[in-house]
Ligand binder design. Structure first.
Ligand code: PLP
Length: 401
C-alpha cells in the first residue's frame, strides 16, 4: 500500500508523447516528425562543430570552475544575448533600459516573465495566438496569469487570419499582455509580413498592450539572425516596453543544456534596476540560480568573431536543409498528383509545416505507415530527410485519397 495510491495516472504530454509512442514502435520504416529538434540528413541529432570547439576551449581554461552563478546568471551571456536579439546598436541597450536574466531555456524564460507580470503588472490577462505552442497556456496559467486567445490561423487559406487578429487585439482590455512569436510561428509556420507587423505594432501601442515576445527560432527560420529579429526590433525602435524570452535550444542545438534569457525592455534605466531586483526575488526560491555550462558555451561563441562566424554558417546550413525539405515534399506530392493545394508547405516558415491533415488522417498514417506527428497535423521538417520524403508523400497521398 502507498500513501500515494490515490494519485491518478496523468496524461502523456501531447508533444513529447509522440516520441514515447514512436520509441515503442518496432517498425524499421518508422519516422518521427513529432519532435521539435533538428536531425541531419542521416536522421541523427546534431552537435554543432562550433559548440564542440567552445567546449574544448572551456576544458583547457583553468579559470573556469564549477562555482554557482549569480541568481541572474552569467553577466556576459546576458549582455551578448540582448545584443543578439535587439541588435548591437539598440538604443534601449545603450540607454541601460534593458534588464536580462539567464533562465532555463525558452520555457523557463516565459515562466519567470509570467511570474514577474503576475506580481507586478496591473493587467493579468495574456492573449496567446490560436493555435500556439501547447505549453504556452499552461506556463502562463501556472505563473498566475489568465490566458485568453486571439485569432491567428485561418484553416481555409492556411495562412494568417489578419482581420481576426486585429479585431481580437482591438477588443482586448487596455494594457493586456500579448504573446507574439518573434518568427517561425509554432505550430503553423505562418508569420505576419513586415507591413502586417507594423500594423500590429501600431494597434498594440495605441491600446498600451504589452508585447511578450517568444523567440525560439532566431536564425533558424530564414538562416539570418538579423532578419528573424526584425519583428522584435520594430517594437524596440518605437521606444516602448516589452518582454522577450530567448532560447538557444534550436539555433545552437543546445536543447538539453537549457540555455535561454528573459529580457525586459523598460521605459528608463531606473525602472530597469528595480525590475531586475524583483526578477531575482522570482528566481531565487524557484531554482536559486541557472546552470553554468550552456551559458558559458553561448558566451564563448558570441564573444569570439571567428566562432560567431562559424556558428552563422552552421545555422544557415540547418535552415537551408529544412527549406530544401519543404521543396522536396512539395515536389513529391505534385508528382503523385495528390489532391489539394500543397503550396503552404513551401510558404510556411521555420521548423514545422502545418499540413492541414486532420486527426483521423494523422492516426491513419501512424497505423499504416509508422509516421509519427502531433494530432493537429504538424510535422517537423527538421525530422525529414531525402531518404524519408517519399515514404511521407506516399502516406499523405493515401491519407487524403
Ligand atoms: N516557444 C516555442 C514557440 C517553442 O516552439 C519552444 C520549443 O519547442 C519553446 C518556446 C521552448 O523551448 P525550450 O524551453 O526548449 O527553449
Amino acid at each position: 500500500s502507498s500513501v500515494f495510491a490515490g494519485v491518478p495516472q496523468g496524461p502523456e504530454d501531447p508533444i513529447l508523447g509522440v516520441t514515447v509512442a514512436f520509441n515503442k514502435d518496432p517498425s524499421p520504416v518508422k519516422v518521427n516528425l513529432g519532435v521539435g529538434a533538428y536531425r541531419t540528413e542521416e536522421g541523427k541529432p546534431l552537435v554543432l562543430n562550433v559548440v564542440k570547439r567552445a567546449e574544448l576551449q572551456m576544458i583547457k581554461n583553468p579559470s573556469l570552475g564549477k562555482e554557482y552563478l549569480p541568481i541572474t546568471g552569467l553577466a556576459d551571456f546576458n549582455k551578448l544575448s540582448a545584443k543578439l536579439i535587439f541588435g548591437a546598436d539598440s538604443p534601449a541597450i545603450q540607454e541601460n533600459r534593458v534588464v536580462t536574466v539567464q533562465c532555463l531555456s525558452g520555457t523557463g524564460s516565459l515562466r519567470v516573465g509570467g511570474e514577474f507580470l503576475a506580481r507586478h503588472y496591473h493587467e493579468r490577462t495574456i492573449y496567446i495566438p490560436q493555435p500556439t505552442w501547447g505549453n504556452h497556456p499552461k506556463v502562463f496559467t501556472l505563473a498566475g496569469l489568465t490566458a485568453r486567445s486571439y485569432r491567428y490561423y485561418d484553416p481555409a487559406t492556411r495562412g494568417l487570419d489578419f482581420q481576426g487578429l486585429l479585431e481580437d487585439l482591438s477588443s482586448a482590455p487596455e494594457g493586456a499582455i500579448v504573446l507574439l512569436h518573434a518568427c517561425a510561428h509554432n505550430p503553423t509556420g505562418v508569420d505576419p509580413t513586415l507591413d502586417q507587423w507594423e500594423q500590429i505594432r501600431q494597434l498594440m501601442r495605441s491600446k498600451a498592450l504589452l508585447p511578450f515576445f517568444d523567440s525560439a527560432y532566431q536564425g533558424f527560420a530564414s538562416g539570418d539572425l538579423d532578419k528573424d529579429a526584425q519583428s522584435v526590433r520594430m517594437f524596440v525602435a518605437d521606444g516602448g516596453e516589452l518582454l522577450m524570452a530567448q532560447s538557444y535550444a534550436k539555433n545552437m542545438g543546445l536543447y538539453g543544456e537549457r540555455v535561454g534569457a528573459l529580457s525586459i525592455v523598460c521605459g528608463s534605466a531606473d525602472v530597469a534596476v528595480k525590475v531586475e531586483s524583483q526578477l531575482k526575488l522570482v528566481i531565487r526560491p524557484m531554482y536559486s540560480n541557472p546552470p553554468l555550462h550552456g551559458a558559458t558555451i553561448v558566451a564563448t561563441i558570441l564573444n569570439n568573431r571567428d566562432m560567431f562566424e562559424e556558428w552563422t554558417i552552421e545555422l544557415k546550413g540547418m535552415a537551408n536543409r529544412i527549406i530544401s525539405m519543404r521543396q522536396q515534399l512539395f515536389n513529391a506530392l505534385n508528382i503523385r498528383g495528390t489532391p489539394g493545394d500543397w503550396s503552404h508547405i513551401i510558404k510556411q516558415i521555420g521548423m514545422f509545416t502545418f499540413t492541414g491533415l486532420n486527426s483521423d488522417q494523422v492516426a491513419f498514417m501512424r497505423q499504416e505507415y509508422h509516421i509519427y506527428m502531433t494530432s493537429d497535423g504538424r510535422i517537423s521538417m527538421a525530422g525529414l530527410s531525402s531518404r524519408t520524403v517519399d515514404h511521407l508523400a506516399n502516406a499523405i497521398d493515401a491519407a487524403v485519397t
